[in-house]
Design a protein around this ligand. Structure first.
Ligand code: MSP
Length: 656
């Protein structure tokens, strides 16, 4: 990648409640990308902030007996404190109640109004309060429910102001088609194009103050405030000087990358591009929609009491370990599962066993045999050169993975180098070299491993800045060298200076004992577990035994069969039978691996509506996660998938 400017944004978060893991995820992701680009020497700007107007905030304020401004001022601190804790290096923090933002929103509205791109009309429709969105009758789900959240909607008739969004429909379809990287992953671009197949309506951008006063007043009608999404989206440009600092705006806007969650796709890929088009601003470079963190396979929700608090996780297990899990544990674009058990398992294997162990072996042996100093290498042998080459290949692999938003793959490549480092120590057996007095060879082995650790720690620096700085300090690097880290320096060979003093530290990632975890596990889930058990253990009754091979209806209903849409498919490398897919099951996107590669080509699968067992325990098949099992009929003539008759049927529908 050449050096250039890089501008990354997170959604601005509602201040109706404290932050949860979903907020932490996008913000850590943006931080890792920003740190990476800074280390590459790119002129980087990272913006996050809070969305402080609208009904959600007003409602929360009412419930807390506060004014909306008090609600904002109290809750914004929760976000700012969390970002400080998680080592987030945002260059600015925008609040939509700040005058610098409101001024720009008003100017944009006035301009659009003056050019007749905003007009007044009577509106009749349905409104979903939690989503703050209007829908026409035909957009509603069955029973008049909100098509997004499934909750009841209210009927509303009122005069409002509208933005002529419909005017840009053809242009937008063409733009998305011509710019395949604009909306990522590509299946989300298809989702937006699917949405645009229906006629696009004009967007209601006002709320009468009589119904909702908490918003930016329209400059041309003081009876109304601006619709919260129209106000919020503008933060991405008001935050970098649009209308106030043109130099700064031009410097960063051209390389803007929006990170969002999949649930706010339409607002970002339909409303926002048409708004920008109307005011004559170029499109951002990319809009990337990531998946959701689930708890196991369940959606996180306050009512289920399973919301993961990022502050607690960071306090309990350390900030960098938490950042590592978030980034390594989610394939960008797909949903992922977060449980404390999964967190601990990955921490112990990747961080404590693999990385921590490699460092402690190298440093302890050097301290013992070379008087606490980094040894001078002798002549390098094949094994040494191979390991060094593997580490250097990981530099380009990581750079490519970051560019293609395949962060988990990039991290995995780096961790493979760490694992290769541990294998290298087993092959070269430095402890035996020490025992036999083969000092020169011992020095070469330890120096080689230390250099690999230097490269690895650099590659993981954007992800775990604190721990990787500690690692580098252990290797004898000075704080100045550590702070001046730049990505390209990783390509240099033999950077560590033999003879420098090493610093022995306590274990970088102390192993988490499962007993510790059990001791501190929250009481809540336990209670729930007990309840579940109580539900399933029925009093013993004398029942007639079932005939062999027969099951009860209750047993059958335990299997959740659901419709699923195949979004992507590719054969698993080095296997004949396995096909790796991403499937959409209602709201959720999951990975699924099945032995169908000899019977179907990827292009024959994409777009098909199939049937899956949705509640099967997740498995890892040849290194690929699989969540669910598809149904197919197979005999000596071949294999045919069970599909849904009649084609275009939604995914996530229960079968039975
Ligand atoms: N205020 C709007 C965004 C305006 S941007 C101009 C908003 N705020 S939010 O606080 O409700 O949500 C912010 C983000 O959190 C969304 O991107 C959403 O996808 C994300 N997440 C909410 N729950 C999540 C998970 N369980 N997992 C991952 N991200 C999730 O929407």
């Amino acid at each position: 990648m050449d050096k250039s400017s890089y501008y990354v944004t997170t959604p601005i978060y509602y201040v109706n409640d404290k932050p949860h893991i979903g907020h932490a995820y996008t913000t850590v992701l943006a931080d890792v990308l920003a740190r990476y680009h800074r280390a590459k020497g790119d002129d980087t700007f990272f913006l996050t902030g809070t969305d402080e107007h609208g009904q959600k905030v007003q409602k929360a304020a009412d419930a807390n007996n506060m004014t909306p401004q008090q609600q904002c001022d109290e809750t914004v601190v929760r976000f700012q404190e969390l970002w400080k804790k998680l080592g987030i290096t945002n260059d600015d923090f925008i609040r939509t109640t700040q005058e610098r933002h409101k001024k720009i929103v008003r100017a944009i509205m006035q301009d659009l109004y003056d050019r007749d791109l905003i007009y007044k009309a009577e509106y009749k429709g349905r409104y979903c309060v939690p989503c703050e969105r209007f829908f026409t009758e035909k957009d509603l789900a069955e029973g008049g429910l909100c098509p997004d959240c499934g909750r009841p909607t209210d009927e509303i008739i009122e005069s409002n102001y509208f933005f002529r969004m419909s005017k840009y429909q053809d242009w937008l379809i063409q733009y998305i088609t011509d710019h395949p990287d604009f909306i990522q992953p590509s299946f989300r671009a298809n989702e937006t194009l699917g949405f645009l197949r229906k006629p696009l309506e004009d967007l209601c951008i006002s709320r009468p103050k009589s119904r909702l006063a908490w918003g930016i007043e329209l400059p041309f009608d003081s009876d109304y405030v601006c619709y919260v999404w129209f106000d919020a989206l503008i933060n991405y440009i008001s935050g970098i000087g649009y209308g106030s600092d043109e130099e700064k705006f031009n410097r960063f806007w051209k390389s803007c990358h929006h990170l969002i969650g999949k649930d706010i796709l339409t607002t970002h890929t339909v409303y926002w591009p048409t708004m920008l088009k109307a005011i004559g601003v170029e499109m951002p470079q990319s809009i990337f929609a990531h998946g959701w963190w689930l708890v196991g396979t369940t959606k996180m929700s306050k009512s289920l009491g399973n919301v993961v608090n990022p502050m607690d996780m960071a306090d309990k297990y350390g900030v960098d370990a938490f950042r590592y899990f978030l980034m390594a544990g989610m394939t960008l674009g797909n949903d992922a599962s977060f449980t404390e058990e999964e967190f601990i398992a990955r921490y112990n294997s990747d961080l404590a066993n693999d990385l921590g162990n490699l460092l402690s072996r190298v440093v302890k042996l050097a301290i013992k045999n070379f008087d606490g100093k980094l040894p001078k290498p002798g002549e390098f042998q094949q094994l040494d050169l191979e390991l060094g080459a593997k580490a250097h290949q990981a530099i380009d692999a990581l750079a490519g993975a970051v560019n293609n938003m395949k962060l988990d793959k990039g991290i995995d490549t780096v961790m493979n180098v760490v694992r290769a480092g541990n294998r290298y120590l087993e092959q070269t057996a430095p402890w035996t070299l020490a025992k036999n007095g083969e000092t020169e060879r011992l020095g070469t082995v330890l120096y080689t491993a230390a250099e690999v650790l230097r490269v690895v720690s650099g590659l993981l620096m954007p992800l775990m800045p604190e721990k990787m700085s500690e690692l580098r300090y252990t290797l004898g690097m000075t704080p100045e060298e550590i702070n001046a880290f730049d990505f390209d320096s990783l390509r240099n060979i033999g950077v560590l200076t033999p003879g420098t003093e090493l610093h022995d530290i306590a274990a970088l990632f102390p192993r988490i004992l499962v007993e510790d975890k059990a001791a501190c596990a929250k009481a809540e889930p336990k209670k729930q577990e007990k309840k579940e058990k109580a539900k399933t253990v029925k009093p013993k009754q004398e029942e007639e035994p079932l005939p062999e091979g027969i099951i009860t209806i209750d047993q059958f209903f335990k299997v959740q069969l659901k419709t699923a849409k195949v979004l992507t498919a590719e054969p698993v490398a080095n296997t004949e039978k396995l096909m790796k897919m991403t499937i959409e099951v209602g709201e959720e996107v999951r990975p699924l691996v099945a032995g169908i590669a000899q019977f179907y080509k990827p292009e024959e699968l994409i777009g098909k509506t199939i049937v899956v067992v949705a509640n099967l325990r997740p498995a890892v098949i040849r290194g690929n996660e699989s969540r669910g099992m598809l149904l197919a009929a197979k005999n000596e003539n071949g294999l045919k998938l069970v599909t849904i008759d009649g084609g275009d049927f939604p995914s996530g529908v229960s079968i039975g």
